[in-house]
Design a protein around this ligand. Sequence first.
Ligand SMILES: Nc1c(C(=O)O)ncn1[C@@H]1O[C@H](COP(=O)(O)O)[C@@H](O)[C@H]1O
Length: 166
Amino acid sequence: MTKAATPPVAIIMGSQSDWETMKNAADTLDALDIAYDARIVSAHRTVDRLINFARGARDEGFKVIIAGAGGAAHLPGMTAAMTPLPVFGVPVQSKALSGQDSLLSIVQMPAGIPVGTLAIGRAGAINAALLAAAVLALSDPDLADRLDDWREQQSAAVAEYPVDQA
Ligand SMILES: Nc1c(C(=O)O)ncn1[C@@H]1O[C@H](COP(=O)(O)O)[C@@H](O)[C@H]1O
């Protein structure tokens, strides 16, 4: 039996509770017809799973990693430390500190190990998917066309006038 091809994007998150946020990345990839694998990996709670995933991600065939976590969000940075693939970090909104903790845990990486850090919450998850798409589109003209279409649709959906003047 032949092994199914690895999708280009891995979405990882620290907990099942992050899925509500990270689903926005998955939905955006779906809209662009980009395959992904979504799984729970925690730098704190599943150390071996993280090491196995991050060290093997490139050889497994992934091209881009989207990593979402909340609170003491070490997952994106630890993943980036163990793979040469681009890692986009999504700060999940935490209850205690509204995601400020998540953002600051992800954004201030030491020079040499980059994590492309997005906005807190839904917008960050959507934009992580769009950045992943932009990376993949560099070597995929069909995807580049789909991304152009996506932007055009977005522009068309923005109202031209305030509602009360329409
Ligand atoms: N920040 C991390 C990591 C990590 O960085 O490895 N693992 C779990 N978590 C976060 O803990 C929060 C609460 O998780 P629970 O809801 O499971 O208690 C989640 O937002 C998760 O990303």
